[in-house]
Ligand binder design. Structure first.
Ligand code: KG4
Ligand code: ZN
Length: 370
């Protein structure tokens, strides 16, 4: 290790969607979390445009890495590894991050760790609340995913119990916000309006909660349609749409189902720790209701602060540091971005090469200095 405290110093790069995130961590300590977002460039399209995102990543990459290293007060030479989101995510956007990580790792002679975006969303909580309990139940809710995952070791064992069968929770927030003309991304605005609305004003449907429905799967497309129809009917009748009440009632339907199923999964599996991650975990009502229901069920709830819930580089660095600490195999130089990397693969280990520094030094010396 480069540091006497014996904890791995890792830089993490995240480019799976529209944020260029670069974080630096030492073990489970957050040193820097630099984010450049292209969200404003997508706002007028009402969603992320992959080509726009890729170009923005390319422009932001080097300055964001420099900013993160400066903020952390460390030199790139002292790093014990470079971690990068290998997937899942937008192919072109991921490619920018993976290429940058390879270039830096190769030039610096550091091991490269291609890691899973979803496992990173879980692992980031170590920066907030210390080592993850094993096992941990994770409710992962973002713009692209809604899943219940059970992990006994975040570097090697993530088991999916259930997932959305249609829209992701964040996607539902974004779509309803669009119908209400509230802009993009929709989650934060709906969260704000909902605070002044009545969550019981309108009884919107709770998807997949019938006795014969899959216990841990989610469905938000029926809810989305119901809310959109309700709004259309109001408009057709020439009535004003009560944005605050619609926001609160819609949000309540989403978080009611999410928390109910997460608590049930914990009880069924005998797991007493629930972590909630992903962009939607920034939702204030989700945090409050999860706290209430976990307390009632004797479950310890762990939710990182909102800035660590949305996409960021620190989460990638956190998982990378855990890979180094647990001596997991580094990735090969031909690591590729995998837009549909399965959640069951927390990282992309190399094929049969010895782990870490020796291998990397060997290759880099050969190619850089000979
Ligand atoms: O994890 P994330 O930053 O990116 C993905 O990997 O998707 O999540 C982004 C999603 C967006 O759909 C956004 O609307 C939602 O998270 N989100 C929220 C809140 N903040 C962000 N949803 C509900 N309430 C919030 N406060
Ligand atoms: Zn994410």
């Amino acid at each position: 290790m480069a540091d006497s405290r014996d904890e791995p110093l890792v830089l993490g790069i995240e480019t799976s969607c529209d944020e260029t995130g670069v974080g630096v961590v030492r073990g489970t300590t957050l040193l820097a979390d630099a984010v450049a977002s292209s969200v404003d460039e997508h706002a007028r399209f009402g969603g992320v445009v992959p080509e726009v995102a890729s170009r923005a990543h390319l422009e932001a990459m080097v300055p964001t890495i420099d900013r993160a290293l400066k903020e952390a007060g460390v030199s790139a030479r002292d790093l014990d590894g470079i971690a990068v989101t290998a997937g899942p995510g937008l192919a072109g956007a991921l490619l920018v991050g993976v290429s940058a990580a390879k270039a830096y790792a190769y030039a610096l002679g550091k091991p490269l760790y291609g890691v899973n975006h979803l496992a990173s969303h879980i692992c980031v909580d170590q920066l907030e609340h210390g080592a993850l309990p094993e096992p941990t139940m994770a409710l992962l809710v973002s713009g692209g995913h809604s899943s219940l995952l059970l992990s006994t070791d975040i570097t090697s064992d993530v088991r999916p119990l259930g997932a959305t069968i249609d829209d992701a929770a964040g996607e539902a927030f974004d779509k309803i916000a669009r119908v209400l003309n509230l802009g993009f991304p929709g989650g934060p605005v709906i969260d704000r309006y909902a605070r002044e609305g009545d969550p019981n004003a309108i009884a919107f449907p709770r998807g997949l909660t019938g006795p014969r429905d899959a216990a841990y799967d989610f469905s938000f497309s029926g809810l989305k349609t119901a809310v959109a129809r309700w709004i259309e009917a109001k408009r057709a009748a020439g009535e004003e749409v009560p944005v605050r009440d619609v926001s609160a009632s819609f949000q309540e339907a989403v978080v009611d189902v999410l928390t109910r199923k997460a608590v049930r999964a914990c009880k069924d599996e005998g797991v007493d720790h629930l972590m909630i991650g992903g962009g939607v975990a920034a939702n204030s009502r989700l945090r409050a209701l999860a706290q209430e229901r976990c307390e009632a069920a004797g479950i310890r709830l762990r939710v990182p602060r909102p800035k660590l819930c949305t996409d960021n580089g620190a989460m990638v660095a956190a998982l990378g540091a855990e890979m180094v600490a647990r001596n997991r195999a580094a990735s090969d130089w031909d690591l590729s971005a995998d837009s549909s990397l399965p959640v069951t693969e927390p990282h992309v280990p190399g094929q049969g090469h010895p782990h870490g520094h020796d291998h990397v030094h060997e290759v880099s010396k050969e190619n850089l200095y000979s």
